[in-house]
Design a protein around this ligand. Structure first.
Ligand code: C5P
Length: 224
């Protein structure tokens, strides 16, 4: 069977990562969470007091950032490492969510990340999720999915995810953060979030995770 690239884009907290992860594991494909790459970059910028209006500082910071994903058999998930340090839990915290869209809107940051992501997909056999995968990273991906869901459902799901990590965040704060990120992500100049013309829309409002996974797997079979 031919190996393909599955590009999953969509709004924040629609279930992209959950779906993408399971699809990848069922197909024996690699999975790349590009949101984690922007989150890890945001963490580095935060910890090193990088002035995001200073192009030289940004350039230097990017040269010093190394992001890797390592599978942890104990947690049964792929975890994000920044310069050798496991940052998987740290990058999901609210202070990162509150700043990641500003960092990911920086032209130089996007250029750097997109190039890295394209390298990762050279051999195909990959599920990648993000905002610009079907439009900018892999415009020729064999299968493109665009995920969306009702705001209240998204916020509730995100709240549960955070609770599982022992982070208690009010629903209003989550809605505010998601809405702000949606706005910044769809209106930025560089690589804005938008549906690729040929992408299949997957509205997860009333769907279970299994149904979402089946939707993608069924479409992927026809493309291999
Ligand atoms: O997917 P996740 O919600 O973790 O992404 C965090 C943020 O990273 C998004 O709100 C967006 O600003 C940015 N992002 C991006 N392009 C991608 C993936 C994520 O700009 N491909």
């Amino acid at each position: 069977m031919k190996k393909i690239i599955i590009a999953i884009d969509g709004y924040s907290a629609c279930g992209k990562s959950t779906t993408a992860k399971i699809v990848a594991s069922k197909l024996g494909y690699a999975y790349i969470d590009t949101g984690a790459m922007y989150r890890a970059t945001t963490l580095y910028f935060h910890d090193h007091y990088i002035n995001i209006t200073d192009p030289k500082a940004i350039h230097k910071a990017l040269e010093n950032i190394q992001i890797t994903f390592v599978f942890n058999p104990k947690t049964n998930r792929s975890e994000t490492y920044l310069n050798g340090l496991n940052v998987e839990d740290e990058i999901r915290k609210m202070y990162i969510s509150e700043n990641v869209s500003e960092v990911s809107a920086i032209k130089e940051v996007r250029k750097y990340m997109v190039a890295l992501q394209q390298k990762m997909g050279k051999k195909k056999g990959l599920v990648m999720d993000g905002r610009d995968i079907g439009t900018a990273v892999f415009p020729t991906a064999e299968l493109k999915i665009f995920m969306q869901a009702d705001m209240n459902v998204r916020a509730f799901r995100r709240q549960q995810e955070l609770l599982e990590k022992k982070q208690v965040v009010g629903i209003e704060d989550i809605i505010e953060n998601i809405a702000k990120r949606d706005h910044l992500d769809t209106t930025r100049e560089e690589g804005p979030l938008k549906k690729a013309e040929e992408a299949y829309v997957l509205d997860t409002t009333h769907m279970t995770v299994d149904e979402q996974v089946d939707f993608v797997i069924n479409l992927s079979v026809g493309k291999m």
